[in-house]
Every structure is written in structure tokens, then in C-alpha cells.
Design a protein around this ligand. Structure first.
Ligand code: SAH
Length: 429
């Protein structure tokens, strides 16, 4: 049968009697589908599979343990036959046909009056695929579409619906604090991407996957709250208010943040404010720049033999609290302005001047730049080349692993664990 001879439609079977003939795996699957749609299902089959028996025992359907008889189709709206016996299925289909009842015949796809598509449900969207009578092909296509909806590659976003069409729950807006990762559009989570695709309003920082903003539908409102050249950042209390206001208007709000929302990103405050104001919040973790931006320069924050742990801090005040040892990696965020003070603070705490330091500006972005030096030299180097935010500063022996490190930093002996040892092996530039 040619695909153009099929008329796609969807049946509302809620409360309507339907008949399933047969009780094997196919019949059980179809019976479940019909039950999900709210139909009143009667199954006729001399023996039932465990799956069907369970449904029957639970009182969800009626199982008639006997062979099929023509009068079984009387008064039903829809018939599924899947007995595994072509002659019985043919009889059922003929009886249904005689009464003008739509029937799906599992044993004869070609002559079947109706087809059951491969189906996936994502949120309140149902995808049904008929693929020229090839069920596996239909399933493969269905899966691909469902995945693309899941990941936000397809526009799952609701178009505005009249308020009267909404039930109370759907009408209430929500806020998702989405960690966008360090900037590359491939480094947001699948969940984050999907929520972004469904958003009515996006409240965004300067850092994060900005390319994805270009893919938003034209009627999505984008509110910039980060510091852009020539624009001051919107104060935090105002960001909080925007989130709540937009959500209370019924919007799905995505607060798109750089990195992870909970790492030096004030995500906790935003979530708290929303909840205090009766707005539902979901927090979607992100790839933090603290770990990923060093990786963009080939620097692992821990490395067997070089560092067992790391601290993430913003500047020199907290540096008195972290272990001042080359085998404990220190990651500084927002640290460019205070680099000289931070380096001095670590040196004062006992970290050798020769400890390697890496600075990665604009990690994962086209203008990424890596500067490598030592605790003693880095502030001058940074000044000389004009290092600017956003940048992640990494201090510790792990910097040696970077392919950007000068040859004399490289070591095949990763046994260095004490500051003194590392000091003797590093020759400063
Ligand atoms: N919540 C974020 C951090 C926000 S603080 C996270 O988890 O990543 C902002 C700082 O993050 C910047 O000053 C810079 O130190 C760092 N940063 C974020 N993205 C960066 C990038 N692509 N390249 C370099 N540094 C980045």
C-alpha cells in the first residue's frame, strides 16, 4: 500500500470499548497503548501472556479466556487483532470491515485497514511515524525525532495559547537556572539545551554559549544582564526581580549562566529568591570554567603524581586558606585584576616562586589565549601581553602537563610532591 493512501489521524478513545484479539507480546503492547489512551479494553484469547494476565488481574482490562467469535466486534469502536494465526486475524478483520469498524491486522500489514505508527511522547507532544510498512525504520525515525526534541535541536517550545486554554498548572511560569558551560555551544548539557529551546524568556550573562541565543525563535525575549562593553551589569537584586516577574506572567524563563550556576555564580541566591516568591525553579548543572577552561589549554586540575586536589577561589583574600603547595592546584576565577596580589599572597604563604602558572583567556572561544609562566614572573608577563577577563588562572605543578608549557617545564618524573623538590627542577624563564 502506498503511503499516500494512508490518512493520518488520531483517535480519542477515552472511555470507548475496543477489542484486542490475541494475547501475545504484540497484543499486550497494543492493549497497553489502548489503555494509556483511556479505552475500555476487552481481550479475547484462549491463553494470555504473563503481561496481559497482569493487566487483567489488576482490573485494567477484561480478558475473555476463549476463542474468538464474530459477535466480539459488536459495538466496539476499534479492533486490534494479533493472534499469530493469519486465518483468525483475517476473520477478525473481515468481521470488523463488515461492521465498518477500523481494524489493525498485525499479521497482514498490506491489507490492514488501519496501521499503528511508532510513537514517542516528549512533554505534551506525540510523534507518530508510519514508514512505508517497515516498523524498524519507523522506530529508528521515531527515536531520532524524540532525541532531537530531547536535546532541543527541534523547536519544542509552545507557541502562545489563549490563557483560557491553559489549565492552572500550565499557566504558571517557571524559572530554570541553566549552567551554559564555558562558552562553546557544545558544552551545555542536553537538559539545559532542551529547556533553552522551550523558553519564552532568556535572561543571559555575557559568558556562556552565546551562539545558542542566535538560534532562539524571534519572539523569544532575551534580556541581557551581564556586563557588556559599555554596559554595566544589572544589579543582582534586579536580576532576581526580573526572573520572578517574568515567571509570574506565565513565562518559561531560562536564566542562562556561564559555567555552573552554583560555582561563584550567585545561582543559590537566584533560586532562593524565586522559591521565596512562589516560583518553581529547576537548577541545571553546567560545565564549570574552573575545570574546563584549564582543560582547554591541556591542563588537568588533578594529575596522578602532580596534584591530588584543587581549590577554586576568586582572589588573594581566600588564598591564605588554601594549601600553598605545588601539588595542590589553585584555580582563580575573576582573578586577573588581583593577579599580582594573589601571586604575592601565595609566595608569602610558602609557595615557591618557580611554581608554574597558566592563564587561559576566553577558553573555548575563537580568541582563546594561553600565557604560561611562574609564580614569580606571571604578573609581569600578564601585564606585558595585556591579559584580560574572562580568564582562568591555574597555579601548580599540573601546568607542566599543558602542551603550551615551555619545554623546560616538561617533566617525565611526576613524583614531585613537595614544594622544595619542584623548586629545584623548574628553571624560571
Ligand atoms: N559560574 C561560572 C563562573 C562565574 S565567575 C563557572 O562555573 O564557570 C566568572 C569567571 O569565570 C570569569 O571571570 C573567568 O574567570 C571565568 N570564566 C568563565 N568562562 C570563561 C571562559 N570561557 N574563559 C576564561 N574564563 C572564563
Amino acid at each position: 500500500m502506498a503511503i499516500q493512501d494512508i490518512y493520518p489521524t488520531a483517535l480519542r478513545l477515552l472511555g470507548r470499548p475496543v477489542l484486542v484479539v490475541g494475547a501475545g507480546p504484540v497484543a499486550a503492547r497494543r492493549a497497553k497503548g489502548l489503555l494509556n489512551a483511556g479505552a475500555r479494553v476487552t481481550v479475547v484469547a484462549p491463553v494470555a501472556s504473563a503481561a496481559l494476565r497482569e493487566l487483567s488481574d489488576a482490573g485494567l482490562l477484561t480478558w475473555e479466556p476463549r476463542t474468538y467469535q464474530s459477535s466480539d466486534v459488536d459495538g466496539v469502536w476499534f479492533v486490534q487483532t494479533a493472534t499469530g494465526l493469519p486465518e483468525v486475524d483475517t476473520q477478525v478483520a473481515a468481521d470488523a470491515e463488515a461492521q465498518r469498524i477500523w481494524c489493525v491486522n498485525a499479521s497482514d500489514h498490506e491489507s490492514s485497514a488501519a496501521w499503528t505508527p511508532a510513537v514517542a511522547v516528549v512533554d505534551d507532544v506525540q510523534i507518530a511515524v508510519n514508514a512505508g510498512g517497515d516498523p524498524r525504520r519507523a522506530m529508528a525515525l521515531r527515536d531520532a525525532v524524540a532525541t532531537a526534541l530531547d536535546t532541543g535541536d527541534l523547536p519544542l517550545r509552545r507557541r502562545r495559547v489563549q490563557v483560557s486554554d491553559f489549565d492552572e498548572l500550565n499557566h504558571r511560569g517557571s524559572v530554570a537556572l541553566v549552567g551554559g558551560g564555558p562558552g562553546d555551544s557544545g558544552l551545555i548539557t542536553v537538559r539545559g539545551r532542551r529547556l533553552l529551546g522551550q523558553a519564552d524568556v532568556v535572561v543571559t550573562d555575557r559568558l556562556g554559549p552565546r551562539e545558542l541565543l542566535k538560534e532562539l525563535a524571534p519572539d523569544v525575549q532575551v534580556i541581557e544582564v551581564g556586563k557588556t562593553p559599555g554596559h554595566h551589569p544589572v544589579p543582582q537584586h534586579q536580576i532576581n526581580r526580573i526572573l520572578v516577574e517574568k515567571a509570574l506572567e506565565g513565562n518559561r524563563v531560562v536564566r542562562l549562566k556561564g559555567g555552573d550556576p552554583y560555582v561563584l555564580g550567585r545561582g543559590g541566591e537566584e533560586a532562593e529568591y524565586c522559591r521565596q516568591n512562589g516560583v518553581e525553579v529547576e537548577v541545571v548543572a553546567g560545565v564549570t570554567s574552573a575545570i574546563s577552561v584549564p582543560a582547554a589549554a591541556g591542563i588537568p586540575v588533578t594529575h596522578r603524581g602532580l596534584a591530588k586536589g584543587f581549590s577554586v577561589v576568586t582572589g588573594h583574600e581566600e588564598l591564605s586558606e588554601v594549601p600553598a603547595r605545588a601539588d595542590h592546584t589553585v584555580v582563580l576565577l575573576m582573578g586577573v585584576g588581583q593577579l599580582r596580589e594573589s601571586a604575592a599572597a601565595l609566595a608569602a604563604a610558602g609557595l615557591p616562586q618557580g611554581t608554574p602558572v597558566g592563564i587561559v583567556e576566553n577558553g573555548y572561544l575563537p580568541d582563546q589565549r594561553v600565557t604560561i609562566g611562574t609564580l614569580g614572573s606571571i604578573a609581569d608577563q600578564a601585564e606585558a601581553v595585556g591579559v584580560a577577563n574572562p580568564a582562568v588562572i591555574v597555579i601548580g605543578d599540573v601546568v607542566r602537563v599543558s602542551p603550551f608549557a615551555p619545554p623546560h617545564f616538561k617533566t617525565t618524573d611526576y613524583s614531585t610532591t613537595t614544594p622544595n623538590k619542584s623548586q629545584t627542577r623548574v628553571s624560571t624563564p
